[in-house]
Design a protein around this ligand. Structure first.
Ligand SMILES: CC(C)(COP(=O)(O)OP(=O)(O)OC[C@H]1O[C@@H](n2cnc3c(N)ncnc32)[C@H](O)[C@@H]1OP(=O)(O)O)[C@@H](O)C(=O)NCCC(=O)NCCS
Length: 218
């Protein structure tokens, strides 16, 4: 199986695929009939991302399918595991877990400087801006906040107002404290981040002791 990286642990299967021109996908096995018209109209790279994700699922849970809530959040059918998805061609990542999870693959790209004011809060600004490695810090914070967004049921639109990342060192990305908060609650998490080529990959799983404000409609 051409998995590029496998970070699986006891609770989660964590796969990253990097597309190779030699990869062969069997559309008929991977695309459900009710999605075939939609997927055949995808841009070729988007279709390959779709196929990489479905192949990773097929290799692990051959009889499960990916369904979507109205807000675009994926879930498995049958609903016996949680999943999260991220892709940025030629990479695609799928996590299958016994716990709720969120992942994000983010390319290191200087364009992020143009939007940093939209997702960096005052606390983060104090230790990130004007650092020699500001680009790396911004990319990691963005990846963590997107992974938190995918994991947390509140789905706040503003990554600046409701998501926060504590100060960390680029020398150790294995346990980064982060949170989702509003006036009446704070849910704390630990993010794991790894560098994959020109990307950062963030992975966050649900804690045991958090109090969700909005029930998760599994
Ligand atoms: C939905 C969103 C998280 C997708 O992230 P992205 O970096 O654009 O793309 P990724 O490849 O990492 O993730 C895409 C996958 O996220 C998943 N996803 C989409 N909506 C989701 C949601 N509401 N909850 C959880 N997962 C979701 C899907 O599986 C999707 O892939 P698929 O449709 O092929 O199955 C992002 O576009 C978004 O809306 N973020 C909200 C916060 C934000 O960015 N605000 C702007 C502040 S400046």
């Amino acid at each position: 199986m051409p998995i590029y990286k496998n970070y699986s642990d006891g609770k989660s299967q964590i796969f990253v695929w990097k597309y190779d021109e030699k990869d062969v996908f069997h559309d008929a096995l991977l695309i459900p009939i009710d999605e075939s018209v939609k997927v055949e109209n995808y841009h070729p790279k988007k279709k390959l991302e779709y196929l990489m994700i479905r192949q990773m699922l097929k290799n692990t849970l051959p009889n499960h399918t990916i369904q979507y809530k109205n807000i675009g959040q994926p879930y498995l059918f049958p609903k016996d595991y949680f999943i999260s998805i991220s892709h940025s061609f030629p990479y695609a990542s799928l996590v299958i877990s016994t716990k709720r999870v969120g992942i994000d693959l983010e390319k290191i790209n200087e364009k992020i400087f143009r939007v940093k004011h939209k997702f960096i809060n005052q606390n983060e600004e104090n230790w990130v801006y004007n650092q020699t490695e500001e680009l790396q810090f911004l990319t990691i914070i963005w990846a963590i906040k997107e992974a938190l967004y995918k994991l947390h049921p509140s789905k706040y639109w503003s990554l600046k107002k409701h998501y926060s990342v504590e100060k960390f060192s680029l020398d150790d990305l294995s346990e980064i404290s982060c949170s989702v908060f509003d006036d009446d609650f704070v849910d704390n998490y630990i993010a794991k981040v790894v560098n994959i080529d020109h990307y950062y990959f963030a992975f966050i799983e649900e804690n045991h002791n958090i109090n969700y404000k909005i029930p998760f409609d599994k």
